[in-house]
Ligand binder design. Structure first.
Ligand code: NDP
Length: 331
C-alpha cells in the first residue's frame, strides 16, 4: 500500500516536507478483517488540528504512522463473513490507497443509490450531516429566517445555504474567497446574495448584503466573520459555531470578535457543536435530503485531485481555498 505519514508537526501553515509517502506490504486479511482498495479519499480542515500534539476532542496524529480520515473504497479481499469482496465501504482508513481494517470499522454503502461514490464523502456524507444538524438542530433554523453562512462555497457551506433555502429561509447570504465562488453561490446554488470576503471588510459587506439583519449565522470561519455576524444579528439570533478555519494555521490569537457585549441586548445564543455527536440523525438526514440530491434540487460540487501522491497537495490546496465544494482525492 502507499500511505501518507506525518513526518513532523507543522508550525503555522503545513508544507509538503511535513509529510512522507511510505510503501508497505499489507498481509491478507485475517478473520474479521477486510482489505480495501480506496476509490476516494477525503481531506478535511479538522485534520490540521490533529497534526498538533495537543489535547482535543480527537486524538492527535502519531508521527510516522499512516494518518486516518474519511475514505470510500471497494473490498478486495475479505476475512469477514458479513462483507463480501466487491462491496463498497465507507471508513476512516484514508491517506492511503489500500487499507486493512476490522469489519467493525467499516460501513457498507449502497452503490446504486448514488451516481458517484464520492457522494458519500460529500452531500450524503459527514459534511452534509454537519450542515443539516448544524442548521436545523443547533441553530434552530425556522422558516422565514435570514441566514448567513461563511465558507459558503465549501463542502459544508454549499449544503447549509441550500438546505436553508429548501426549508423556507427568507434570505440566504454566503461569503467565500473568490469571484468565481461568489458566482457559483448565486448562479448555481440559489443563494440570494454572496460576497467575496477578500474584497473589503466583512462587516461592511455583510451589512450591505443583509440590510434587515440576520437571524442565523452558520460559522465556518471565525474571527472577523464572527464579529461581523454578531454586529448584523437580529434580536433572538442564533449562531452555530461549526469551524474557525481562519485560525487553524494562525500562530497568534485572533483579534476578533470584540463585540460580545451585543449578546445581551440582542439575546443571542451561540452554540458550538461536533457532528461526531450527531450521527443519530444520519437516517433522517438521508431520508430528507437524498431525494433532493437525486432530483438535482440540491447541487453539490466537488474538486477532484487525482492520484494518491497528490493527497498532500489536495489537503494544502483545500486550506488555501482551491476547492469549490468538497475537496477529494481520486485514487
Ligand atoms: P471547505 O470545503 O469549506 O474547505 C475549506 C475552505 O475554507 C476553503 O475552501 C477556503 O475557501 C476557506 N478558507 C480557508 N482559509 C480561510 C480564511 N482565512 N478565511 C475564510 N475562509 C477560509 O471545508 P469543510 O466544508 O469541510 O469545512 C468547513 C468548516 O466546517 C471548517 O471550519 C471545518 O473545520 C468545519 N467542520 C466542522 C465540523 C464539526 O463537527 N463541527 C465537521 C465538518 C467541518 P475560501 O476560498 O472561501 O477562502
Amino acid at each position: 500500500a502507499t500511505e501518507i505519514h506525518l513526518a513532523r508537526r507543522p508550525e503555522g501553515w503545513p508544507v509538503p516536507e511535513d509529510f512522507t509517502t511510505v510503501t508497505t506490504d499489507l498481509p491478507e486479511p485475517g478473520p474479521g478483517q477486510v482489505l480495501i482498495r480506496n476509490r476516494f479519499i477525503s481531506v478535511d480542515p479538522y485534520m490540521r488540528g490533529k497534526m498538533n500534539d495537543v489535547p482535543s476532542y480527537t486524538p492527535p496524529y502519531q508521527l510516522n504512522t499512516p494518518m486516518d480520515g474519511g475514505a470510500i473504497g471497494v473490498v478486495e479481499a475479505s476475512g469477514a463473513e458479513n462483507i463480501a469482496v466487491g462491496r463498497t465501504v465507507l471508513h476512516q482508513g484514508g491517506w492511503r490507497d489500500r487499507a486493512l481494517l476490522d469489519a467493525t470499522e467499516v460501513r457498507v454503502v449502497d452503490e446504486a443509490q448514488v451516481s458517484s461514490l464520492s457522494a458519500y464523502l460529500n452531500g450524503l456524507g459527514m459534511t452534509g450531516l454537519t450542515a443539516y444538524t448544524g442548521l436545523l438542530d443547533v441553530a434552530n433554523f425556522k422558516p422565514g429566517d435570514t441566514v448567513f453562512v461563511s465558507g459558503a462555497a465549501g463542502a459544508v457551506g454549499q449544503m447549509v445555504g441550500q438546505i436553508a433555502k429548501l426549508k423556507g429561509a427568507k434570505r440566504v447570504i454566503g461569503s467565500a474567497g473568490s469571484t468565481e465562488k461568489v458566482t457559483y453561490l448565486t448562479e448555481r446554488l440559489g443563494f440570494d446574495t454572496a460576497f467575496n470576503y477578500k474584497d473589503g471588510p466583512v462587516s461592511e459587506q455583510l451589512k450591505a448584503a443583509a440590510p434587515d439583519g440576520i437571524d442565523v449565522y452558520f460559522d465556518n470561519v471565525g474571527g472577523d466573520h464572527l464579529e461581523a455576524a454578531i454586529s448584523s444579528m437580529n434580536v433572538n439570533g442564533r449562531i452555530a459555531i461549526c469551524g474557525a478555519i481562519s485560525q487553524y494555521n494562525a500562530t497568534t490569537p485572533p483579534t476578533a470578535p470584540r463585540n460580545l457585549a451585543l449578546f445581551i441586548g440582542k439575546r443571542i445564543t451561540m452554540t458550538g457543536f461536533l457532528v461526531l455527536d450527531r450521527f443519530d440523525r444520519m437516517k433522517d438526514f438521508i431520508a430528507d435530503i437524498a431525494p433532493h440530491l437525486a432530483s438535482g434540487k440540491i447541487v453539490t460540487e466537488e474538486t477532484i485531485v487525482d492520484g494518491i501522491d497528490n493527497t498532500v497537495n489536495a489537503f494544502l490546496g483545500m486550506l488555501r481555498g482551491e476547492n469549490v465544494g468538497k475537496m477529494l482525492v481520486r485514487v
